[in-house]
Design a protein around this ligand. Structure first.
Ligand code: ATP
Ligand code: MG
Length: 424
């Protein structure tokens, strides 16, 4: 499911960004093409000005002058002396003649030619489109010189093939760059959305694992309850009492597990808050120690407490939740320590932080397991754990300490065993 969502999201993200980029690029391209055309026409006009100037200055047209003009740009020139074409350089082809006729027609229909009395030269630049004569678009410049009473008409035509080639190259470059940008955008979106979706995917995975593990844990007591219920039907009074005891203890086990699961899911949904207030941590430790003394004594475990002699500042925490963490750690210490073992509960205050330690000399936790013990339903050695352990205790402790913005660390006790340290 996440793969599909990932692909769609990446595609959507890339298409939106690409659309914006394409619109902006097209806008830029059209502006740049317009300015390219304007500049090209302006430079054509400038060239024509220069030519016209040199023509009026010399008043005589020489072959060299004409050749020079032709060499200056890619111009085609036609000269009409009183309407009769002067042959220059080469015989014009029939097509060219037609082209010049079309250019003169265009010129005459678009420009109003005034009298030459004051101005010896009339000049007009234009661009015109003429289908069917080679390059279809041209810049044209018509010059009419008043010479000895007659008119010398000159038409200069410049095909726009070079300009159009430049525009075409620019468009191809733009298309290539936009294509590359589209690929880069898709790759970036792919990477970006994957990063975005990863926490969701992990959370969904955790949820699935949690449900699978919870159902697995609930199935065992439920199976016991069901078999005890059916067996109690045909048993005698004594057997029935025994089955009812089993049903009750399995029911209690299920209820404990459900409480733990509800607590964890409440934490996940942030439906659970901590009630921070100043707490005398040493008093809280002492109370918990006293509550656990009989539990430890039952297993002949020696439970001790070490508190700092000086008075400590109050610690800002939720006393109920911290007591719950201490119970989880002490419960583990008692569960995973052999008879005649030792457990020490201690408190220290260092550099404005409180360090609560629960150290035992029990079975210890292998190095490779330490990274996993805070995961839900994780048990270092399920076969060794006694009935009634679901692997949720440390996960709950972790969440509580995380909500306090503290730390919970696991290490080895000197000489064997495990030490849990809570930093608040
Ligand atoms: P639950 O706490 O739900 O009853 P649990 O004790 O198995 O079950 P956690 O408290 O989360 O679960 O502990 C996870 C695992 O870490 C335990 O199964 C055990 O293997 C290991 N562990 C925890 N505390 C100790 C300890 N003090 N000594 C050795 N192993 C420990
Ligand atoms: Mg436990």
């Amino acid at each position: 499911m996440f793969r599909k969502v990932h692909f769609r999201l990446a595609l959507l993200c890339a298409s939106i960004t690409f659309f914006i980029l394409a619109v902006m690029s097209l806008g830029y391209l059209s502006i740049s093409e317009k300015s390219l055309k304007d500049n090209s026409f302006a430079s054509f006009q400038k060239e024509m000005e220069e030519i016209a100037e040199s023509l009026t200055e010399s008043n005589v047209l020489t072959w060299e002058q004409l050749s020079r003009i032709e060499d200056q740009g890619t111009y085609s020139i036609q000269i009409l002396d009183n309407g009769v074409p002067l042959l220059f350089n080469r015989q014009p082809s029939w097509k060219q003649e037609q082209l010049f006729d079309a250019a003169w027609d265009y010129f005459e229909s678009h420009f109003e030619i005034l009298s030459f009395e004051d101005n010896p030269l009339y000049q007009g630049e234009f661009d015109f489109s003429s289908k069917g004569f080679g390059a279809s678009d041209y810049y044209g410049c018509a010059m009419i010189l008043n010479r000895n009473g007659g008119a010398l008409k000159i038409m200069l035509l410049k095909p726009l093939t070079a300009l159009y080639q430049q525009i075409r190259t620019q468009r191809i470059l733009f298309a290539l760059l936009t294509g590359l940008a589209a690929i880069a955008l898709f790759l970036f979106s792919w990477y970006f959305t994957r990063r975005l979706l990863r926490p969701l995917e992990e959370s969904q995975q955790r949820q699935t694992q949690f449900i699978a593990a919870a159902s697995h844990e609930l199935r065992t007591p439920l199976a016991v309850i069901l078999s005890c219920a059916s067996a109690s039907r045909c048993g005698n009074e004594e057997e029935r009492a025994h089955f009812l005891d089993s049903i009750q203890s399995e029911g209690l086990r299920m209820s404990g597990l459900i409480d733990d699961m509800l607590l964890l899911s409440g934490m996940e949904a942030h439906a659970w808050t901590i009630d921070l207030r100043p707490v005398e941590l040493d008093t809280l430790l002492l109370e918990t120690f006293e509550a656990f003394e009989p539990v430890a004594a039952e297993k002949s475990i020696h439970l001790s407490i070490e508190l700092p002699e000086e008075s400590l500042p109050p610690c800002s925490c939720d006393p109920g939740r911290i007591r719950q963490v201490l119970s989880i750690l002490l419960h583990n210490a008692v569960s995973y320590t052999h008879e005649q073992g030792q457990i020490c509960l201690s408190l220290a205050y260092q550099g404005k932080s409180f360090r609560v330690q629960v150290a035992d000399n029990g079975i210890g936790i292998p190095e490779e397991e330490k990274a996993h013990i805070f995961q839900r339903f994780y048990r270092a050695d399920p076969s060794r754990s006694s009935k009634g352990h679901f692997g949720l205790g440390l996960a709950i402790a972790w969440e509580i300490i995380k909500a306090h913005q503290g730390q919970i660390l696991v290490g080895d006790t000197l000489g064997g065993g495990t030490t849990f340290t809570v930093v608040l």
